[in-house]
Design a protein around this ligand. Structure first.
Ligand SMILES: NC(=O)C1=CN([C@@H]2O[C@H](COP(=O)(O)OP(=O)(O)OC[C@H]3O[C@@H](n4cnc5c(N)ncnc54)[C@H](OP(=O)(O)O)[C@@H]3O)[C@@H](O)[C@H]2O)C=CC1
Ligand SMILES: CC(=O)N[C@@H](CCC(=O)OP(=O)(O)O)C(=O)O
Length: 352
């Protein structure tokens, strides 16, 4: 049952964004401000946030006159007073916050769209190893639906708790899944995923590693990044994941290399991608190698591939905006699907 505001034709859902001062949360605010079926009721930050009481648009000047709501601090008292009146909440928060609070919102009848990694891994024992904490709510974890919008539509449509995929996993899985679900990949072969992200991927808080004077192009967290088990889980294949950070603001590129079964043809490879995405308007199969510049500030994923039929090796590359398709616009796709709307609703304004 919806607690939505009545409109003459539709019901508009009441939503809150927790983590609205951060990069992913700010993009969510921008997208939801432009969404005719959502009404933003609260923008929430942490209990001791230096942003508490400021206007959202004073923090993120890009959104002045688009959303000028104040930022309020999260607390148990805030939850008790306001949560039950919401239809949906978006967590753009640290992973452990999501794990701690999702069930309380679900119990209050609120759908949860979690942009963090708090509900992405099915195996709870991976959390201490990859996230550094014991998962606080294994029951909720078991109920969470992974929200790769182009692949999990029917599950998302019926979900109350959606784990919005990570940025690197989004680009990696969009590249891998057409090949893995069609059983084109040699079993137990080496699958290498190279990812490059802009600095917004590291969040808004200052750190030496993301300081303008320090940031360079380099690999990091090789063989230990938390997105490796997420990619393996959802592609159902073991992968080696090599993340890199690069000195630009936004955009992410994942390039994957796979060995395909003997006898697989170029036509089969092409067909795997075309049949997966021909009816998915936010995935563009492009005719040259994808570029960050073509997807930054957009909700699109651009994909291109090349198959060497002699060696049976395929290389697939996918570019996305890490804070949009890699986080907030994909969260909107999930919200749309769970609301019975087209996945791309409010995200794609086509010329007619
Ligand atoms: N940046 C990206 O490219 C992507 C990010 N994500 C995920 O989205 C989430 C947010 O990331 P990002 O926006 O980059 O991070 P930021 O560090 O930029 O923002 C984090 C936000 O969470 C808030 N917050 C922190 N602790 C709490 C708390 N205890 N209670 C309530 N709010 C809290 C912060 O508020 P304040 O600091 O004002 O207190 C801030 O608004 C993370 O889980 C991240 O992994 C997912 C995909 C891509
Ligand atoms: C450049 C950079 O630091 N990127 C982040 C990933 C982005 C992110 O926020 O991770 P989720 O997608 O899991 O939420 C990192 O490697 O930890």
């Amino acid at each position: 049952m919806t607690k939505a505001i009545s409109d003459s034709n539709n019901s508009i859902q009441k939503v809150a964004i927790i983590g609205a001062s951060g990069y992913a949360g700010a993009e969510l605010v921008g997208l939801l401000s432009n969404h005719s079926q959502a009404h933003i009721c609260h923008l929430v930050v942490s209990e001791n946030s230096s942003s508490e009481g400021k206007l959202f648009s004073d923090l993120h000047g890009r959104f002045k006159s688009i959303c000028d709501l104040p930022l309020v601090a999260f607390s148990s008292a805030w939850f008790d007073e306001y949560a039950a009146d919401l239809d949906a909440v978006f967590f753009a928060t640290p992973h452990d916050f999501s794990a701690d609070w999702a069930q309380a919102f679900l119990d209050a009848g609120v759908k949860v769209f979690d942009l963090s990694g708090g509900f992405r891994l099915k195996d709870a024992s991976d959390y201490p190893k990859y996230y550094g904490f014991e998962h606080a709510d294994k029951n909720a974890l078991a109920k969470a639906i992974y929200g790769l919008a182009e692949w999990q539509h029917d599950d998302i449509a019926n979900a109350n708790l959606v784990a919005v995929p990570g940025c690197y996993p989004t680009a990696s899985l969009l590249s891998l899944k057409p090949l893995t679900v069609n059983n084109l990949v040699v079993e137990n072969s080496l699958v290498v995923v190279n990812g490059i992200s802009g600095v917004t991927g590291a969040g808004r808080n200052a750190s030496l590693a993301t300081n303008f004077n320090e940031v360079s192009l380099k690999a990091y967290n090789v063989l230990q990044h938390r997105h490796q088990p997420e990619i393996s889980q959802e592609a159902d294949i073991a992968v080696i994941f090599n993340p890199h950070i690069a000195p630009y603001k936004r955009g992410l590129l994942a390039t994957v290399t796979l060995q395909l079964n003997a006898g697989v043809t170029s036509a089969q490879v092409d067909d795997a991608f075309i049949s997966a995405y021909s009816d998915k308007p936010l995935v563009r199969l492009v005719s040259s190698w994808p570029e960050i510049g073509n997807v930054a500030n957009t909700p699109f994923a651009d994909i291109h591939w090349k198959f060497d039929e002699d060696k049976q090796v395929v290389v697939v590359s996918c570019a996305i905006d890490n804070v949009l398709k890699g986080a907030s616009s994909q969260a909107i796709q999930c919200f749309n699907i769970a609301s019975g709307l087209p996945s791309e609703y409010s995200l794609l304004n086509k010329a007619v």
